[in-house]
Each structure stands twice: as C-alpha cells, then as structure tokens.
Ligand binder design. Structure first.
Ligand SMILES: O=c1ccn([C@@H]2O[C@H](COP(=O)(O)O)[C@@H](O)[C@H]2O)c(=O)[nH]1
Length: 233
C-alpha cells in the first residue's frame, strides 16, 4: 500500500455518512469508521460502504483481556475491512490473541495496527492522569516495538513520531497518523499535530483526517488539498 489519506467519517448515522460520501463523485476516499458511526449503524454500514468501493479502516480500538479480544476480532474478520486496530496498552499477549482471532481460515487477515498514545494526549496529561512518567516519545516507541514483536503491521501515532517509529521498527512498519490539521486550522481536542505536508516530509504512511474535511464548507476540496499536500509528488 502507498501513501494515502484516510477520511475519519465520524457521523451520527447511515444517512449522514452516505450523503457525505455522495459528494465524492470523482474519487473513492479510504474511509475510517469509528465508534460513533459503528455503534449507531452497526456492521451493515461497513458492508454498504465497502460495496460502494471504498477501502475501510474500522477504528474500534479494542482493549480487553486476550480471550475477549481474540473472539471479537474473529467476528470483525468476517466484515472484510482493510484495516482495524486495538490499544497497545492491552499488552503483547492481547495483541497476539488479536492476530489469532483476526486471521481467517485461508490465512488472510486485514492490516492490524496498535494505538500507542492517543494524539489528544499531552506529556502533562499522560503523567498526571495515567501516571506514566516517561517522555511521550519513549512511550510511543515502546508500544510500537511491543506491537512489532506481537506481529502487528504498524501503529497509530502522531505524525510527530512517524520517523522515529520507522527508525526503530523498520520502513515497512506502518505509521497511521491522526492529529492532522491544515496550517493555521482549528486544532480542537488534538494535541500532537502536524500539517499534511509536514506529515509527508516526516514519513507518515497514512494520514487520518476528520473534521478538517467533514466540517469544511467544501469537503471534496479539503480532501483534495490533503491529497495534494500529502500524496502528490
Ligand atoms: O490517537 C488517535 C487515534 C485515533 N484518532 C481518531 O482519528 C480521527 C481524527 O479526527 P479529527 O477530526 O481529524 O481530529 C478521529 O476519528 C479519532 O477517533 C485520533 O484522533 N487519535
């Protein structure tokens, strides 16, 4: 897979997401379905968007005991998504169980990536609220290396950490990076942010962009701007 822009379709239901996707008449963006849409519209919305020809990143961030995650991943493996994820904080054992569950009888499976530290988390909040008293870069790197040992394909991290993750885990280990804003754009609840252009320079494999596209006056133009800044030569 080459570099791509993944659109975070954080919508309240089926009609909202489909009318958003209908605006894209000339391209089929890679779509991220997160908790809001999945909890509202269920597995059918995954099938429907897939049927329309979009690649899908199912972003449910599983985090539970290994047996539960394994069984949940076995269910998700039937949905034919292209990518899914879990929290690396669930341990190497949980990640190994997830791979077992996700792998189909024919040996194929979607790309599986691990969330390191959420891009909305700052150094200060991580120390104060979750008592992790290490530099956030070191924490991200530790989770990335654990995910690699477990056999995962990559991580979710900020573009700020993409270069270091590739240095530690290899260039084939995927960096899927939310926390992306246009220069001067509203940051909202994100903390560790970069522009699409900066994410490209630092070597992110995928950028995940939600509100800068979905809340834009012209979402298709905003998407194309991301592609121009991040993908095009
Ligand atoms: O660390 C993480 C992990 C996941 N996300 C998800 O990405 C999008 C970002 O949306 P924006 O509107 O561009 O902020 C959203 O769906 C998050 O759930 C993340 O932001 N950070």
């Amino acid at each position: 897979m080459g570099k791509d822009v993944i659109v975070a379709c954080d919508f309240a239901g089926r009609e909202e997401v489909l009318s958003f996707l209908d605006k894209f008449t000339e391209e089929k963006p890679f779509v991220k379905i997160g908790m809001e849409l999945f909890y509202a519209a269920g597995p059918d919305i995954v099938r429907e968007i897939k049927r329309r020809g979009h690649k899908i990143f199912l972003d449910l961030k599983l985090h539970d005991i290994p047996n539960t995650v394994k069984k949940a991943m076995a269910v998700l493996s039937g949905l034919d998504v292209d990518m899914t994820n879990l929290h690396a904080a669930g341990t190497q054992a949980m990640m190994e169980a997830a791979i077992e569950g996700l792998t189909r009888p024919d040996g194929t499976r979607p790309i599986l990536i691990a969330v390191t530290q959420l891009t909305s988390t700052s150094q200060e909040r991580m120390e104060r609220d979750i008592l992790i008293e290490k530099p956030i870069n070191e924490v991200v790197m530790h989770y990335a290396e654990t995910a690699k040992h477990a056999g995962l394909d990559g991580v979710v991290c900020s573009p700020l950490e993409a270069e270091a993750v590739h240095e530690a885990c290899g260039s084939q280990f995927l960096t899927v990076t939310p926390g992306v804003r246009f220069a001067g754009g509203e940051v909202g609840d994100q903390v560790r942010v970069m522009t699409p252009e900066q994410a490209k320079k630092i070597g992110s494999d995928y950028i995940v962009v939600g509100r800068p596209i979905t809340a834009a006056e012209n979402p298709v133009a905003a998407y194309r701007r991301c592609v121009t800044e991040f993908v095009d030569e």
